[in-house]
Write a protein that binds this ligand. Structure first.
Ligand SMILES: O=C(O)CCC(=O)C(=O)O
Length: 290
């Protein structure tokens, strides 16, 4: 019997970007809510992130390194220790109902704000059916980012999961909305993009198509009026913190590989259905003319 040789793994080649200009399209599975928490809840949350005086922190260095008594922001991108901004903080993971009790005990201001915002959606009549996993959403993990003016965060796909599983709930607070932080979703292979502001107390939910097939980013803007703090809330199994993403590899390259595989399939189906529709149309016209 001939010895079997393993076929070499095909090298991943990302899909090319569509030519510009890209269309402004709101992704399926994206929902935006304003005034998602009360002023009291918001003020308590603000104090949680600004324990020293309630005012701006990390103001003496370009990287925003915390000083004594300030909130313990860390460098999310640790591989650049001299230049990376002190912009990250993670709550840890709290699983299920028991976890919720512990979460509320450890971080009461954060838990109160997030659960209030989620209750607001569940008590509204907004149709969340394009976020398939919404029904089972509970806040189990919070990754916070501090966005001072011009800091930004590059475009990336969220960690890969089976289609419809991933969902992110992003609550933002800010000190001044005259020029708010701007957030963007894009879909380079299909040439689509969508920008939005994240003013104080706003909530953005993205799941379904928006999670699985679109990238997201926080835009650099040197005119942004003030610091914005965003809290991205996930199920523990969806949050990649700690290096886990179910049966998928974590990290941006793996997420892009999975997203582009799905997008390529959908683009091929769209092309084929356009061709079939054209052929069916031509056939119907020919029959009508006969
Ligand atoms: O907090 C933000 O502005 C976005 C965070 C984000 O994109 C992420 O954690 O994947």
């Amino acid at each position: 019997m001939p010895a079997t040789t393993k076929a070499p793994k095909a090298k991943f080649v990302p899909l090319p970007d569509a030519p510009t200009p890209w269309k402004r399209v709101k992704p399926g599975g994206l929902h935006i809510f304003h005034n998602a928490i009360t002023k009291r809840t918001r003020d308590n949350l603000w104090k949680f992130f600004h324990p020293k005086t309630g005012g701006p922190e990390g103001i003496t260095t370009r990287t925003g390194a915390p000083e004594d008594g300030e909130f313990p922001w860390y460098q999310r991108f640790k591989r650049f220790p001299k230049t990376a901004h002190f912009n990250g903080w993670h709550s840890g993971k709290y699983l299920g109902t028991d976890g919720g009790e512990l979460f509320a005990k450890d971080w009461p201001e954060l838990y109160a704000a997030i659960t209030e915002a989620i209750r607001g959606i569940n008590n509204s009549n907004v149709d969340m059916s394009d976020v398939p996993s919404w029904g089972g959403f509970v806040p189990e993990s919070v990754s916070s980012m501090r966005h001072k003016k011009d800091w930004g965060l590059g475009a990336h796909y969220d960690n890969a999961h089976d289609e419809g599983v991933g969902v992110v709930v992003m609550l933002s607070i800010s000190a001044d909305d005259t020029v708010p932080r701007r957030f963007k979703f894009d879909d380079p292979p299909r040439g689509r993009q969508f920008e939005l502001n994240t003013p104080d107390s706003s909530l953005v939910v993205f799941g379904g198509e928006c999670y699985d097939e679109w990238r997201h980013m926080s835009l650099h803007n040197k005119h942004q009026a003030a610091e914005c703090i965003s809290m991205t809330v996930r199920l523990a199994g969806v949050c990649g913190n700690g290096g886990t993403s179910g049966s998928y590899s974590t990290g941006a390259p793996a997420a892009q590989r999975v997203a582009h595989g799905r997008i390529a399939k959908k683009m091929a189906i769209a092309k084929l259905s356009a061709k079939c529709a054209k052929q069916a149309c031509a056939a119907a016209l020919a029959q009508a003319a006969a």
